[in-house]
Design a protein around this ligand. Structure first.
Ligand code: MN
Length: 199
């Protein structure tokens, strides 16, 4: 059985770019609903004792869409909330040596990186997730729909950062302005967390 992870910061910690109201709905209502639904779907099945990543891969391979969707949303939301709540001086990924090396190997600098990540998230049609992953010394920006994520199709990639582009992630604070939401999100990334994913 899975439990709803606590947010790694208070519900007002991300204001003004994400309000207490957004975090209350997004974490306590939406994220919690995915946890509860996943638990109800796997109870008494062969999935029950598996780690989350294995549930995602097994349900994808077996076409168990309900389990896949809810397991994917649990993984995605847990990762998403950890990506923010940065330290005040942690404003640039280039401050972290490994990220600097990867960004410079993959993009024409950090502005190009931000622009491409923003454009991908804004252009991700419908509800879904934009992921940044590292593989073979390069950062890639990947768009996924619904609950999908790189655990399913990129087993050798290291997940670094995800952006929730479901409307429930931003509609209270930004209405339909997904670009402003994504821009603010990328200005408030916990780059120390992202860098820590590289080991
Ligand atoms: Mn969400």
């Amino acid at each position: 059985m899975f439990t709803l992870p606590e947010l790694p910061y208070t519900k007002t910690a991300l204001e003004p770019f994400l309000s207490q109201e957004t975090l209350t709905y997004h974490h306590d209502k939406h994220f919690n609903a995915y946890v509860e639904k996943l638990n109800s779907l796997i109870a008494g099945t062969e999935y029950e004792k598996l780690p989350l990543a294995e549930i995602i891969r097994k349900s994808a391979a077996e076409g168990s869409k309900g389990i896949f969707n809810n397991a994917g949303q649990v993984y995605n939301h847990d990762f998403y909330f950890k990506c923010f709540g940065r330290q005040a001086d942690d404003t640039c990924p280039l401050k972290h040596a490994k990220l600097k090396e990867l960004i410079e190997a993959s993009f024409a600098g950090s502005d190009d990186f931000r622009t491409k990540a923003t454009d991908a998230a804004v252009g991700n049609f419908g509800s879904g997730w934009t992921w940044l992953v590292e593989e073979n010394g390069k950062i890639e920006i990947l768009n996924y729909s619904n609950a999908d994520n790189p655990l399913r199709d990129r087993p050798n990639a290291v997940p670094l950062l995800c952006i929730d582009v479901w409307e429930h992630a931003y509609y209270i604070d930004y209405r339909n302005d997904r670009k402003k939401y994504v821009t603010e999100l990328l200005a408030n990334v916990n780059w120390a967390f992202v860098a820590s994913q590289l080991g």
